[in-house]
Design a binder for this molecule. Structure first.
Ligand SMILES: O=C(O)C1=C[C@@H](OP(=O)(O)O)[C@@H](O)[C@H](O)C1
Ligand SMILES: C=C(OP(=O)(O)O)C(=O)O
Length: 418
């Protein structure tokens, strides 16, 4: 699908959709629980839908109560010969693989699109150390696991993705033996804290001391009613849009959220923004923007929105953490450089750093999302600021995290177009 974005001054309020990170964790915890959980605020993103389908395959019962309310009865019998698909969700696949390995069955794990090119060799290397048999396609999907996991004391490398650590933290409390997991070079730490907090709400206790996690075996997940948070990652596009001059307010976000991407507020402040909060509504005043530096190592999903912000800041902005972008839905550092280059914005990539040479000006252009939802969304905001129209190919990619994105954009008033 192609989407044309016209320049204009936008105004309105955006109700931020569910965090797919929060939903996927909660859906899986509910499926592992004894009893019935009710989840409210569940979204319609591809990643959430894939997780719901996967837990149904594992034997959980899903009862859709309303548009955003789902009742999940935990797995009572894990079927044989199960094949689970995480669609394009890195998180989904990594959580599901570890959790599948905690059962005493052979399970095949698959996915589609960009997920087929994302590395899974952590699982090949680590799961056998817990006594689980693993076969993969040379470190890529499909995977086959045969558990159960036997708890142990182990040191793992956390530099590729926190999602593997989250997966182990969800799976190991189910094994008979206790485990001690030491994570070297831990990245995206806030996502691990999110996992621990969700687990706690489902009755699972993890003790953490720095990079060491103590996980008691034989723990039982307990069903609960759980409210999914609005998504700080999806909000990043609108918060940046507000910072660069649109009259947009953002609604629904939790200020005490553990979500990694809440630190966008710090980036906005370092770029000269003033931020005000009223109830659950955020307003941004970006009238005194200037170039800025930001370390996005532990919040890699913010890069696309940060580039739009830096494009509108006069001068050189520098971001750390580009290494974290190589294995996302696209190689995001390189794709941001090439697509924003078409709009006249110079971006340099050197080692782990990205430098954006902001001039305040962007030209409308024909750009490509590379099937990456975050590239499509940041190009859309960039397009509203450009001179001339912007034509985005593979724009349907937004459905991975934010299927209503284009409706939300067209629901804002465009004061140039009217
Ligand atoms: O745990 C999660 O919900 C996620 C963790 C992050 O991945 P990494 O740990 O690979 O950075 C993030 O990029 C991804 O979108 C969601
Ligand atoms: C990388 C992302 O998600 P995942 O790793 O879960 O596919 C993302 O949403 O940007």
């Amino acid at each position: 699908m192609k989407q044309i974005v016209q320049p204009g001054l936008l105004s309105g309020t955006i109700q931020i959709p569910a965090s797919k990170s929060d939903s996927q964790r909660a859906i899986l915890c509910a499926a592992l629980s004894d009893g019935v959980s009710v989840l409210t605020g569940v979204g319609k993103s591809d990643d959430e839908q894939a997780m719901l389908r996967a837990v149904a395959e594992m034997g959980a019962k899903i009862n859709v109560l309303s548009d955003s309310k789902v009742e999940i009865s935990g797995i009572s019998h894990f079927p044989e010969n199960v094949e689970l698909s995480a669609a394009e969700s890195g998180l989904g696949l990594r959580l599901l693989t570890c959790v599948a390995a905690s059962f005493n069955q052979k399970v095949i794990l698959t996915g589609r699109g960009s997920l087929l090119k994302r590395p899974m060799n952590f699982l090949d290397a680590v799961l056998p150390q817990f006594g689980c048999a693993v076969a993969s396609n040379h470190g890529f999907l499909p995977l086959e696991v045969q558990g159960p996991l036997v708890g142990t004391t182990i040191t793992v490398d956390g530099s590729l993705s926190s999602q593997f650590i989250s997966g182990l933290l969800m799976a190991l409390p189910r094994s008979r033996q206790s485990s001690v997991l030491t994570v070297l070079d831990m990245k995206s730490g806030p996502y691990i804290q999110m996992t621990i907090r969700t687990l706690k709400q489902f009755g699972i206790k993890i003790e953490q001391a720095g990079s060491q996690f103590e996980i008691l075996g034989n723990q039982l997940y307990q069903s609960t009613d759980y409210s999914i948070e609005a998504d700080w990652s999806s909000a990043s596009y609108w918060l940046v849009a507000a910072a660069v001059g649109h009259s947009i307010t953002v609604s629904g976000l939790k200020m005490n959220s553990l979500q990694a991407d809440k630190v966008l507020l710090d980036a906005l402040i370092s770029a000269g923004c003033k931020i005000s909060f009223e109830a659950q509504t955020i307003r941004i005043d970006g009238s005194e923007l200037h170039s800025f530096m930001f370390d996005a190592t532990d919040c890699p999903d913010l890069f696309p929105a940060l580039v739009v912000l830096a494009a509108k800041c006069n001068g050189i902005s520098t971001f750390k953490g580009v290494d974290r972008l190589i294995h996302k839905e696209s190689n995001r550092g390189v794709v941001l450089q090439s697509e924003f280059g078409k709009m006249g914005l110079k971006i340099e990539l050197k080692g782990n750093f990205m430098t954006v040479f902001g001039t305040g000006l962007l030209n409308g252009a024909a750009v490509d999302s590379h099937h990456d939802h975050r590239i499509a969304m940041c190009m859309a905001i960039a397009g509203t600021l450009a001179i001339g129209e912007t034509n985005i190919t593979n724009a349907e990619a937004v459905s991975k995290s934010y299927p209503d994105f284009w409706n939300h954009l067209s629901g804002l008033t465009n004061h140039f177009a009217v």
